[in-house]
Design a protein around this ligand. Structure first.
Ligand SMILES: Nc1nc2c(ncn2[C@@H]2O[C@H](COP(=O)(O)OP(=O)(O)O)[C@@H](O)[C@H]2O)c(=O)[nH]1
Ligand SMILES: [Mg+2]
Ligand SMILES: [Zn+2]
Length: 218
């Protein structure tokens, strides 16, 4: 009995989130903003990638904004501001993921008509963000080789949910005993024929290809 009630409540929460996500997507598209939900593990380079991608986009004349999602604090928000990216800070309090409701409030604070692209950095976590779409054009998941070569196999749901997957920090590969072929094979098993994008937010490697995959550049 108790289990049934819990499952019903969860189903309600997820359904409500999907409804708000659809509202967010409509709102963003009506203002001509393309949006990306950047999910991934803690420290995999989500913030660093957003900063580099925003720089590339700005050089092509695109106007970029960001939402920094964290449990607490303003660390990423300050990095975005320091990089000249107009940003909103979203603290979840104790939740380990952003949800469509929080993002809906942040969208009200941004003058959306002034931007072409919005990056939303989700809370670092490879589990529950998968269940909470935010209403973005794309969902992207970022991991890095220092986390080991079983990251994809252990978290199939998020790789199934996000249509773009990134292995960042490839500049570190020469120093690590990580089996990249295993990561690629695990990914190809989960998303048939999918490409695991290889990037370095440090050197800039792989970023033009990633921007094309996100349909943010030609
Ligand atoms: N060597 C290297 N370091 C990186 C790269 N991307 C991010 N980092 C570093 O990894 C740490 C965590 O990056 P951050 O972007 O804050 O990760 P996040 O928690 O996913 O947002 C920082 O010290 C970054 O400078 C990369 O491609 N190569
Ligand atoms: Mg970050
Ligand atoms: Zn969570």
């Amino acid at each position: 009995m108790h289990k049934t009630t819990t499952i019903e409540m969860e189903a309600d929460v997820l359904a409500e989130n999907r409804k708000l996500a659809a509202d967010n997507l409509r709102k963003l598209r009506s203002k001509g903003v393309r949006s990306v939900d950047v999910m991934g593990s803690i420290g995999s380079g989500k913030t660093a990638l957003i900063v580099r991608l925003a720089k590339e986009l700005k050089s092509k004349g695109k106007r970029v904004a960001a939402i920094a999602g964290d449990v607490t604090g303003e660390d990423d928000y300050r990095i975005f501001k320091g990089a000249g990216i107009p940003s909103i800070n979203l603290n979840t309090g104790k939740e380990c993921h952003l949800d469509a409701h929080l993002v809906n409030e942040a969208l009200d604070e941004l003058r959306l008509e002034e931007y072409d692209v919005l990056f939303i950095e989700n809370v670092g976590n490879l589990v529950c963000p998968a269940d909470f779409p935010l209403g973005t054009d794309h969902r992207m998941v970022v991991i890095s080789p220092t986390e080991g070569d079983d990251m994809i196999n252990k978290h199939p749901m998020i790789f199934l949910e996000a249509e773009i997957a990134v292995l960042n920090k490839i500049d570190l590969l020469p120093h690590l005993d990580v089996d990249v072929d295993r990561l690629k094979a695990d990914y190809a098993k989960i998303r048939k024929g999918g490409t695991l994008h290889m990037t370095s937010a440090k050197s800039g490697a792989g970023l033009p290809e990633l921007l094309r995959a996100l349909h943010l550049t030609d």
